[in-house]
Design a protein around this ligand. Structure first.
Ligand SMILES: C[S@@+](CC[C@H](N)C(=O)[O-])C[C@H]1O[C@@H](n2cnc3c(N)ncnc32)[C@H](O)[C@@H]1O
Length: 247
């Protein structure tokens, strides 16, 4: 079972995970474990201070090393074996589906959610194994990023999704974006479900879905087509279809 240990000064933000949906149900079923650790609990002053002004001046506060390091030590003490320490950071490697799958190989992961202007670099240098960014934008804290990453990882845990093939059909799993999906009614204000999906021929439906995936990927993320080609994930039939849509 995967254990997620989260260092955060806003542990209540993670209560949302318990409120339902796929991830909440997986937590109830103990398909993974999530525990929050508040650095304020590892301070020694009455005000439970976790931040201070930056050396050299400048706006914003900096998270201090000691409370963070003591929190991490408590996490390490609570497990016989620990995995990587991950810092959520705009300076990190941009998260993707492959990273979600790779990280899931670890039984335990510690996530450090930053707040304020920065984290004292000495904490990062001494303790962090991997920095992960959600994208090229700045959030006010690492909590939302940690939740997004955990959500993406939990979907890949066997038994979490009702249909075992659901995750395999998601965008990025085969290097491409997902195809369009439809449900009842068949006609909605003159907008009609593609006839191929109503025919019941599974081979034809699969072929159509593959083409639609290629089409969506070529349109929105041509870089993924190139990457899939390099990894040998495109068949001759795929290449033929791509040629057709480009002419
Ligand atoms: C206000 S931000 C600090 C931004 C920092 N001064 C900078 O410019 O890189 C506070 C915290 O939010 C989190 N954060 C912000 N943007 C993020 C992103 N794109 N991905 C992951 N975490 C992010 C980090 O944990 C960061 O320490």
């Amino acid at each position: 079972m995967t254990h997620f240990d989260i260092i955060t000064i806003f542990p209540e933000m993670f209560e949302i995970i318990h409120s339902g949906g796929v991830v909440g149900r997986a937590l109830d079923k103990q398909l993974f474990e999530l525990k929050t650790w508040n650095p304020r609990d590892y301070t020694t002053d009455n005000r439970k201070t976790v931040d201070d002004r930056a050396y050299g001046g400048g706006p914003g506060m900096v998270m201090m090393v000691e409370p963070l390091e003591k929190t991490l030590a408590a996490i390490k003490q609570s497990h016989t074996q620990v995995g990587p320490v991950i810092l959520l950071s705009p300076q990190g490697k941009t998260f993707n589906q492959q990273m979600a799958a790779d990280l899931l190989q670890n039984e335990q992961l510690s996530f450090v959610c930053g707040r304020y202007e920065a984290i004292d670099q000495r904490f990062i240098d001494r303790n962090v194994d991997l920095e992960i960014s959600l994208g090229d934008f700045v959030l006010s804290g690492g909590e939302v990023a940690a939740m997004a990453i955990i959500d993406a990882m939990v979907r890949l845990i066997p038994g979490v999704l009702g249909d075992k093939d659901s995750a395999l059909q998601d965008s990025f799993m085969d290097g491409l974006l997902d195809c369009p999906h439809y449900t009842r009614p068949e006609i909605y204000e003159n907008s009609v479900v593609p006839g191929v999906l109503l025919g019941g021929n599974h081979a034809i439906i699969e072929g159509w879905r593959r083409e639609q995936s290629l089409l969506a990927t070529q349109k929105s993320r041509p870089d993924l087509i190139e990457a899939a080609r390099k990894k040998g994930l495109l068949s001759k039939k795929d290449e033929l279809f791509l040629k057709q849509i480009q002419t």
